[in-house]
Design a binder for this molecule. Structure first.
Ligand code: SF4
Length: 230
C-alpha cells in the first residue's frame, strides 16, 4: 500500500479480512477454554464465530483487540509493516464516515496535522498558531490553511500525542480529520476512543518525521464527506 493512499471508503475488504483474522486468533483463547469445559471441539468453532459476529459492530474495543493481535503476529513474523495500523485507519475512518458523513458543521470539525509537514528550515512558529504561516509554498501547511479558509473547519498542529490530545480537548470537535504517519495515526485513532476520527496518511519521501507531504485532495475529500450541507 502506498504511504499516501489511505482515505476512507477506499476498498476496505482486505482490511476487513485482517480485522477478522485478528479477532479469530484472539477468540482461540476463550475458545479452547470453552472447548475443554464442554469436551467438544465444536465449541471452539462456535466461540470463534460468535466473537466475529459480535465484532461486526466494530466497537473501539474490538478494533483495539484485533490491532494488538495483528501487531503481535507481525512482530513474531519479524515483518516491518503497518498492517495493524492500516486496518485501524481504514476501518476507523469508514466507521466515522458511516456514522457522521454529511452531518457535521464545519466549525465542529478539527483538522489535526503533524508538525513534520512544516519545512524543516522554516522559522515560523505554527504549533500554537498555525496562522503564523505566511503560506510561502515551501511545504503543505500553506495549502492546508487555504483549505480551512475554503471549508471553515478548525486547524491545529501537534508535535506529538500529548499536544494532539490537548488540541482535541480545547477544540471539542464532533469529528477529527487527522493526518499522520501510519504508526501515529493508527495508535492515535485507538487513543481517541469515542471521538470519531478519519485518517489520511502522510507520505515520507525523506524518511520519517522530515518534510513530510500530504495529498491535499485526500484531506479535502475527507472534510467534504463529513460536512453537513446546511
Ligand atoms: S508554508 Fe512556508 S511559512 Fe508556512 S509553514 Fe510551510 S515553510 Fe513555513
Amino acid at each position: 500500500m502506498s504511504h499516501c493512499s489511505t482515505v476512507a471508503f477506499a476498498n476496505s475488504t482486505p482490511m476487513k479480512i485482517k480485522y477478522h483474522l485478528g479477532l479469530s486468533v484472539f477468540a482461540l483463547f476463550p475458545g479452547v477454554i470453552v472447548m475443554l469445559l464442554f469436551g467438544s471441539w465444536q465449541w471452539l468453532l462456535v466461540t470463534v464465530i460468535l466473537v466475529n459476529l459480535i465484532g461486526l459492530f466494530r466497537t473501539s474495543f474490538f478494533l483495539a483487540v484485533s490491532f494488538h493481535v495483528l501487531k503481535l503476529i507481525t512482530k513474531l513474523s519479524n515483518e516491518e509493516n503497518f498492517t495493524a495500523e492500516e486496518m485501524v485507519i481504514t476501518l476507523g475512518s469508514e466507521k466515522t464516515l458511516r456514522k457522521l458523513g454529511g452531518t457535521v458543521p464545519a466549525s465542529r470539525i478539527l483538522l489535526l496535522l503533524p508538525h513534520c509537514l512544516q519545512w524543516h528550515e522554516c522559522k515560523v512558529r505554527i504549533t500554537f498558531d498555525p496562522y503564523n504561516c505566511v503560506r510561502c509554498g515551501k511545504c503543505p501547511v500553506g495549502a492546508l490553511l487555504d483549505l480551512t479558509d475554503r471549508t471553515g473547519v478548525k486547524i491545529a498542529i501537534a508535535t506529538g500525542g500529548t499536544l494532539a490530545r490537548r488540541h482535541i480537548k480545547e477544540s471539542r470537535p464532533l469529528a477529527v480529520v487527522a493526518v499522520a504517519c501510519p504508526r501515529d495515526l493508527g495508535q492515535g485513532m485507538l487513543d481517541a476512543g469515542k471521538i470519531p476520527v478519519t485518517g489520511v496518511e502522510n507520505s515520507r519521501p525523506l524518511g520519517d518525521c522530515l518534510d513530510t507531504q500530504v495529498d491535499i485532495t485526500l484531506v479535502e475529500n475527507s472534510i467534504k464527506q463529513l460536512l453537513s450541507s446546511k
